[in-house]
Design a protein around this ligand. Sequence first.
Ligand code: R5P
Length: 295
Amino acid sequence: MTKRLVLALPGNETFASQLAESLGLATCAVAWRRFPDSETYLRIDANVAGADVLVVCTFVEPDLQILPLLFAARTLRELGALKVTLIAPYLAYMRQDMRFHPGEAITSIHFAKLISDAFDELIAVDPHLHRHKSMDEIYAIPAVVLHAAPFLARWLRENVEALLIVGPDEESEQWVSEVAAGAGAPFVTLRKTRLGDRDVRIAFPDMTQWQGRVPVLVDDIVSSGQTMREAARQLVADGWPQPVCVAVHALFAGDAYETLRRDVSRIVSTNTISHLSNQISIVALISDALSKPRT
Ligand code: R5P
């Protein structure tokens, strides 16, 4: 049977060791450091010859992480690894998925090419598929998409009564419909217009039939927090209680978390990105997928 090992990119050690424990695998010893000029030093201190290596990297700072990641993948192959799989609980560069203005880079495609050239397979949790309808439109390797919705739904069933799931924009319907079904709750989706990185406008449908319920904003990513914040402020202005916010990927750029906290009753996220709002572990989602028979 092929030996399997788990290797963590810096910052992913906790998630990687939880995943390894859940799968009964060893982690791969690796030394990383930066040279004084900020170049990467990497040494793999394990026998990976003939192994299937699961490289864990959640892309909280993709521009800083991509080179070390590609170096690791290439080095693993040079040292004889048979298969190198990227486990990306949060997969970055999925939102610039078209040329919105002339001359823009469609970075989702360029990023996918870099990953596809270096890895044999990709496993990601709720990648932001919007204008790309499936991963194989941009990824040339098998790309397994896992959904955190059942985990979000279970947390909501156990923690919030009489809820109304609110998706802040049209594309969120793919997540909120599944979360709502799992939580046994109704859902609505709002209409968002993005005017800038931190400037969004949100239009609400008529929600009077759901009055009396607790609004729960559900989104895949919170980055600047403006989407959640604008939705929360309008809910409160319309007479609703402060909402609970549930996100899969807690990016929370800068002071987004502290700012959003003022307008909502609670913020909860999965641990695809390590953050103090993490309440929902999705390690089992990935380990279950990896436990199934694979090619
Ligand atoms: C949008 O495309 C995503 O689903 C999220 O709504 C978005 O990334 C949230 O971004 P922010 O927190 O910066 O408003």
